[in-house]
Design a protein around this ligand. Structure first.
Ligand SMILES: Cc1cc2nc3c(=O)[nH]c(=O)nc-3n(C[C@H](O)[C@H](O)[C@H](O)COP(=O)(O)O)c2cc1C
Length: 401
């Protein structure tokens, strides 16, 4: 099925751990409509009154609080000075993500719906409440809600069908680079202003027999570093540390990708091949924030070490994509099952409980070797890791523990 957008719809997501983003892009893909999908933190809320149809995917966190990327957006919506008809031209749909074991179950979706109505916006369909405790997790509520959404957008001419129009999905091409590296395009994690530190202590706190490896780490700030105007950190801050994947994982991923490229493309890769990666964002859509931007002159090794989060637990969409490339029908069936609502328990046992990563999954499905360009559609980019700071800046102004 394919639709084309006439008035354009906006899809805003807000979450902490990636579920809201995953759902938002699934909606974009299933509707096959070029819509602007973006995080609430990236959207200029001053434009909201001129939107006609907005779909929100929002999770609840803390004690029923909005997730971090939604805080500024939410404070703006709560402003007292907003007129009662500020959003009267707008219709909306909401899918909330939550967990009914919390007292304030799906509180953010509920509060958002109430506030939008107070500002004159009209609810298009019944709000969906995804629940981690439901038999198939949030998918139990998501699939019927998505059907409602599809009917609404078709009925109201927000998207039309069918057309031969272009797909709404971001794609990639990966080629061998003809030129050397271009410095500006390679810095993904290196472009923020990090504070240079030296790790002077890294001690395990838990007993060796205990499965959890909890560590006390002490980092001394480089003596030549002078913070500008303020203290290095304050109470409640977290230490944000750039992360690189371990060499063994990079080499394993490299071997599997090289195999895939041999099957599907004329590319003869090695880990040290310089690549030219181009991201193709369809007209009317926005680049997906957790996916790789275009990169020029980056080796496959560096791509896997510094840019792609190959050590993370895969999202369901990964299995959906892999299934298209499994030449063994049994493997394809298993992959499809892992991606489906009914495969929720299997997904949890196979992936989440065992903490399987993207590379291990690819290795286990031996008949499945997609080309690199396809993996780039589904592999998230690496983010820095965040650690709780246990020390006080009053006592240790230049060390972080
Ligand atoms: C620290 C934490 C706090 C949470 N608090 C709530 C809550 O108050 N109410 C609720 O319904 N769900 C709560 N949840 C469940 C999440 O909303 C749910 O797992 C959701 O799928 C996460 O989506 P995200 O990955 O987009 O952040 C909480 C989850 C975590 C990890």
């Amino acid at each position: 099925m394919e639709f084309v957008s006439t008035r354009g719809m906006l899809l805003l997501f807000a979450g902490e751990t990636g579920n809201a983003e995953e759902v938002a892009y699934d909606i974009q893909e299933k509707l096959q409509a070029p819509c602007r999908t973006t995080s609430t933190s990236e959207y200029d809320i001053a434009n909201l009154p001129s939107e006609h149809f907005v779909v929100f995917v929002v999770s609840s966190t803390g004690d029923g609080e909005p997730p971090e990327p939604m805080k500024a957006f939410w404070s703006f919506l709560l402003r007292k000075g907003l007129a009662a008809d500020a959003l009267s031209d707008m219709a909306f749909a909401i899918f909330g993500l939550g967990d009914s074991s919390y007292d304030k179950y799906n509180a953010v979706a509920r509060k958002l719906e109430k506030r939008l109505c107070m500002l004159g916006a009209k609810g298009a369909i019944t709000t969906g409440y995804g629940d981690d405790q439901a038999p198939f997790g949030y998918l139990s509520a998501y699939f019927p809600w998505l059907e409602d959404l599809k009917s609404y957008v078709l009925r109201n001419g927000i998207v039309k069908q069918p057309t031969g129009g272009s797909s709404a999905i971001q794609t990639y091409s990966a080629n061998i680079a003809m030129n050397g590296p271009s410095p500006g395009q390679q810095q993904l994690t290196g472009d923020q202003s990090f504070i240079p530190v030296r790790v002077v202590e890294n001690r395990r706190l838990t007993a060796d027999v205990w499965p959890q490896d909890v560590r006390h780490i002490r980092m001394d700030v480089d003596p030549t570093f002078t913070p500008q105007g303020c203290a290095l950190y304050t109470v409640g801050d977290v230490a944000v540390v750039p992360y690189e994947n371990p060499v063994v994982l990079v080499e394993l991923a490299g071997a599997l990708i090289i195999e895939g490229c041999r099957i599907h493309t004329a590319l003869e890769l090695s880990l040290d091949t310089l690549l030219e990666v181009t991201r193709n964002t369809p007209v009317g859509t926005l680049p997906r924030p957790s996916r790789l931007p275009s990169l020029s002159g980056c080796t496959l090794r560096k791509l896997l070490t510094r840019h792609l989060d190959i050590g993370a637990v895969p999202k369901r969409s990964y299995f959906e994509k892999l299934a298209q490339y499994a030449s063994d029908p049994e493997e394809a069936d298993k992959l499809r099952e892992l991606a489906s609502a009914q495969g929720s328990d299997l997904y949890f046992d196979y992936c989440v409980r065992e903490r399987k990563n993207y590379v291990e999954v690819l290795q286990e499905f031996r008949s499945c070797r997609p080309p690199l360009s396809v993996l780039l559609e589904v592999l998230p980019v690496i983010g820095p890791r965040k650690y709780s700071i246990a020390s006080s800046p009053a006592l240790h102004p230049r060390t972080v523990r």
